[in-house]
Design a protein around this ligand. Structure first.
Ligand code: 6PG
Ligand code: NI
Length: 188
């Protein structure tokens, strides 16, 4: 039995994919993720939406593909820019492709040993996430940062290690500039 092909139009201004499953992540969903705990508690009074995901997902079978847009809002917790939780894939060898649609930001990637890479993203940027690399996107601008991700349907999300240990690097604002600095709370 063949599946039906599908064409959808992403709204390039809002990132919305019609008919997609919507997921909302508020600041309260990111407890323990930001280094500045005081700034986190303060902003929690407003509990802003940090990002939304519009996903078109298939059954978790090898060979099939999912795709999703993410709308990552601008903001900071202390000096740290708003980011997505970040994850490894449950099937760790599953790769992924990102494509920048709107706004400005980047991707922080990390190997299980803690080697980190930062790749800047703007509309039109393609990022290849190789097998085994954890990935988190960061909005370094002052408008929503919107991008598309395409990933194997059986990749899954493994949030545990990043939730506990974070990334070895932080993306912060320093004197009005974007800086990638060591995470003081990082431990191997
Ligand atoms: C995926 C993609 C991407 C990601 C979102 C939200 O594997 O599904 O990497 O769609 O899930 O940008 O980021 P988090 O899953 O890390 O919260
Ligand atoms: Ni992923």
């Amino acid at each position: 039995e063949y599946k039906n092909p599908l064409g959808v139009d992403i709204d390039l201004e809002t990132g919305v994919i019609p008919g997609a499953k919507k997921l909302v992540r508020r600041l309260s969903d990111l407890k323990g993720y930001f280094v500045d705990e005081k700034a986190y508690e303060e902003l929690l009074k407003e509990n802003p939406v940090v990002y939304e995901v519009y996903a078109v997902e298939q059954e978790e079978k090898d060979g099939d593909l999912n795709f999703a847009t993410t709308v990552l809002y601008p903001g900071k917790v202390g000096r740290e820019f708003f980011f997505t939780k970040g994850h490894y894939h449950s099937k760790a060898d599953r790769a992924e492709i990102y494509y920048g649609i709107k706004g400005k930001g980047g991707m922080l990637l990390q190997t299980p040993e803690g080697k980190a890479e930062w790749i800047e993203m703007k509309p039109g940027t393609v990022v290849y996430v190789p097998p085994y690399w954890a990935h988190r996107t960061v909005n370094t601008g002052d408008e929503p940062f919107i991008f598309l991700a395409v990933y194997p349907a059986d990749a899954g999300h493994d949030y545990g290690s990043i939730a506990e240990k974070g990334f070895s690097k932080l993306v912060v604002e320093e004197n009005g500039e974007v800086r990638i600095v060591d995470n003081p709370k990082w431990k191997e």
